[in-house]
Design a protein around this ligand. Structure first.
Ligand code: GLV
Ligand code: MN
Ligand code: MN
Ligand code: MN
Length: 414
């Protein structure tokens, strides 16, 4: 019997390819949005593989899927590892799936080596991390961490019209053999492997990032209401043009926030004009603002500045301004203990690593509120993600899996 668990590289790469085939898009990405038929097929495949290996399959009421390998001491809380299986509509094959599949590989490697860990280990695929089909994202991990209730979203409608409660029930019923457990059971710690979704690791030639913190995120929806009027006949002094207000406000915040602070991120990702006609001054213009910063105080100050600039632009141009907050995720600092376990695992295997802060939010941000957590990042080509062109090299997949497995061995002892 072997005593050191080893990642089976061929099996892991095949597994990544097998899951990429579920919801595959012609351009090489995946469309496997949360609770869709494709998402269910991916969960089914993971559950089948788990049962074939003799692992237990469980789901909670938020349809978070757990694969459990028992440990020696049933009194110890399980170690949780994993990520999500849902994708953006034109997503890549690695965002989420890589963290779930490397976690499952760690379980199989332990089983191959006949190693009994002190604690049970559970692999998780959290429900709806992306938030693209049903908003908000990170539903499964928010419910798991007690930040929100599944009941809060039951009447949410998908972009395709489906009702969340129907899709949740269909997903749960799709795995009739899986035991149902209450949302939010006790765990000892959580490790999530994920692609970096940014360019730093690739640029520096470092294969592993140890994520010590996640920056905070605020999403605002800004709406200016003015007066719809004829584009050709309405002189400037008669206009209440919400597009002029939006343009002025966006120019100010885009021109100000990021140039004055290299750690700040500000994105206007969606803008809508009503009625949206070439020769009508719009009656209403709305846009989204995504603001990120690692420091909660500075993040709040940027939000105030954005609000002030928008109010001022509205007043200057005779428009009513309404600003609503859609998301408020404070920055999170991960557990030094879990980060150290990852660093030790890298050192023991001569894997180069560096600490870093995550620019994106992840399920681990929420799980960290109830159990010590940290993340492992692997590089992706050109930093591209949320894109069908997303790419991670085989070498980086395998190195990531080895770092995760090493950390799992350390964290699963009692
Ligand atoms: C999550 O995908 C984010 O927007 O950070
Ligand atoms: Mn993800
Ligand atoms: Mn994503
Ligand atoms: Mn994400």
């Amino acid at each position: 019997m072997k005593t050191t668990p080893e990642v089976n590289a061929a099996r892991l790469l095949k597994s990544v390819a097998d899951f990429a085939a579920i919801g595959a898009t012609p351009a090489g990405g995946v469309n496997r949005q949360a609770l869709s038929v494709e998402d269910r097929a991916a969960r089914r495949l993971l559950a089948e593989r788990a049962l074939a290996r003799g692992f237990a399959v469980l789901q909670d009421e938020a349809a978070n899927l757990f694969i459990r390998r028992e440990g020696r001491d049933a009194a110890l809380a399980p170690l949780l590892i994993g990520s999500h299986l849902d994708s953006q509509p034109t997503g890549g094959r690695f965002d989420g799936a890589l963290g779930t599949l490397t976690a499952f590989e760690a379980l199989e490697a332990l089983a191959d080596a006949g190693i009994e860990t002190d604690r049970a280990i559970e692999v998780v695929a959290f429900t709806n991390e992306e938030g693209s089909r049903f908003s908000p994202g990170c539903m499964g991990s928010m419910a798991f961490a007690g930040v929100a209730n599944v009941a809060d979203w039951r009447s949410a409608r998908a972009t395709d019209g489906a009702l969340l409660s129907d899709e949740l029930a269909a997903t749960l019923n799709d795995l009739p053999k899986a035991e149902i457990r209450p949302v939010g059971h006790t765990i000892s710690a959580f490790v999530e492997l994920h692609i970096e979704q940014g360019p730093v690791l690739e640029r520096e030639g470092v294969p592993i990032g140890i994520v010590t913190a996640v920056q905070g995120t605020k999403w605002l929806e800004v709406a200016f209401s003015g007066e719809a009027a004829h584009a050709g006949t309405t002189p400037l002094e008669f206009r209440k043009d919400p597009m002029a207000a939006a343009a002025a406000a966006i120019a100010r915040i885009q021109g100000d926030v990021m140039p004055s602070d290299p750690d700040a991120r500000l994105t206007v990702g969606r803008i809508a004009a009503e009625p949206g006609s070439i020769n009508v001054i719009p009656g209403r213009v709305s846009f989204t603002v995504d603001i990120r910063h690692p420091d909660a105080t500075i993040l709040a100050a940027i939000e105030r500045r954005v609000r002030d600039e928008c109010q001022a632009a509205g007043e200057r141009l005779g428009c009513k301004t309404v600003i609503e907050q859609r998301v408020d995720m404070p920055p999170g600092r991960f557990s030094p203990h879990v980060a150290q376990a990852i660093e030790d695992a890298c050192a023991a295997q001569d894997i180069a690593c560096r600490p870093m802060i995550s620019g994106a939010f992840h399920d681990a941000l929420f799980v960290n509120r109830i159990a010590p957590s940290a993340m492992i990042f692997v590089p992706c080509r050109n930093g591209v993600s949320h894109n069908e062109a997303e790419f991670v090299s085989d070498d980086h997949i395998i190195i990531g899996a080895r770092a995760l497995l090493g950390a799992v061995v350390k964290l699963s002892s009692g």
